[in-house]
Write a protein that binds this ligand. Structure first.
Ligand code: ATP
Length: 314
């Protein structure tokens, strides 16, 4: 698939399949997903709740835990397959080469540790003990990168606003200057104005570090302003992928059209049309729909196959 912006992608996910074992049978949460992330690129992964976005993020870092399991696939990063290496080989690469800002991370900051200690831990866990003065300089620099005032250094999480906490989480993720950052709904718990400023900070930081990023979200309108390419997930599959421009100008998959149609328009005061979507039963084994290239780098799943009845109502 020629879908990345440079010849050798920063990250390539191929044939990724993740199941959750349940009493009612296996839930196929990620069904043979393929995509590349170009160097310096920001790729948006959008889709409704339950479409499999977080499951993809966790599997890329091999953080899938029971009842989930990675059944197949590879994740190529810097010439190696993260899914094939031993845990001992993989551990140092997390944070250093690829970092995740997990969903709800701002609520998982340790309430009894000051910001400086949490950032110091993130650094020292991977790099060992550091000279105090050097560590302090590094942490203050990280805080400035995410546009936090130096006084945050000595504060506890409860003394910070939601936006500030999320900035601390971003600072932790970038502490080791990873080449790939995965941010799972990094702004969804924040109010709309703060959402935009925090998202902008994330992009600034990514640019400064020369990293590549996967930005997970369900807000198509916000994504359109932040990412270079969009991958639309539906029921465990990527059903459309392309540049923001191509996907918005010429959405080909019925589910992409549905997502775009439900963006409320302030100018036109269009009523919000929310149509019922029939998500296929994720327990049944279904073929992954073949992707058709409809334009350079613009790929769409054949919606007659595998994507259930998504086309029926839209
Ligand atoms: N621990 C689990 N046990 C069983 N099924 C699970 C488990 N975790 C997730 N799933 C299922 O896997 C599918 C994908 O879930 P996932 O959380 O990856 O979706 P998502 O697109 O990230 O949603 P959200 O935006 O709500 O985070 C869903 O059908 C979900 O119900």
């Amino acid at each position: 698939m020629n879908d990345e912006t440079s010849s050798e992608p920063a990250l390539r996910v191929s044939g990724l399949r993740v199941h959750y074992r349940t009493s009612g049978g296996d839930v196929i949460a990620v069904n043979d997903v393929d995509f590349g992330l170009g160097r310096g690129e920001t790729l948006g992964l959008v889709g409704e709740s339950g479409s499999g976005k977080s499951t993809v993020a966790m599997a890329i870092l091999r953080l899938t835990s029971p009842p989930g399991r990675i059944v197949a696939g590879s994740v190529q990063l810097g010439g190696a397959d993260l899914l094939a290496m031993s845990e001992a080989e993989l551990r140092p690469r997390r944070w250093r080469d690829i970092a995740l800002i997990p969903q709800g991370s701002m609520n998982s900051l340790n309430p009894v540790l000051r910001v400086r200690r949490q950032l110091a831990d993130a650094i020292e866990t991977h790099e060992g003990r550091q000279p105090r003065a050097q560590l302090r300089e590094r942490i203050l620099h990280l805080l400035s990168l995410v546009h936090l005032p130096a006084r945050v250094y000595d504060l506890y999480p409860h003394e910070l606003s939601g936006g500030m906490k999320q900035r601390v989480c971003i600072a932790m993720a970038i502490a080791l200057e990873p080449s790939v950052i995965i941010a799972d709904e990094p702004t969804s718990a924040l109010d709309v104005v703060v959402q935009r400023t925090v998202a902008q900070t994330l992009l600034d930081v990514k640019r400064r570090l020369n990293s590549s990023m996967i930005l997970i979200g369900h807000d198509m309108a916000l994504q359109a302003q932040l990412v270079d390419r969009i991958a639309v997930m539906y029921a465990g599959n990527i059903v459309e992928i392309g540049t923001v421009r191509d996907v918005f100008r010429d959405p080909r998959h019925p589910y992409t059209r549905h997502l775009i149609a439900t963006i409320p328009s302030v100018r036109e005061r269009k009523p919000l049309v929310v149509k019922e979507m029939h998500t296929p039963d994720l327990r049944t084994r279904r073929p992954s729909p073949p992707m058709i290239e409809v334009g350079p780098g613009h790929l769409v799943a054949n919606s007659d196959l595998g994507a259930g009845q998504v086309g029926a109502d839209v």
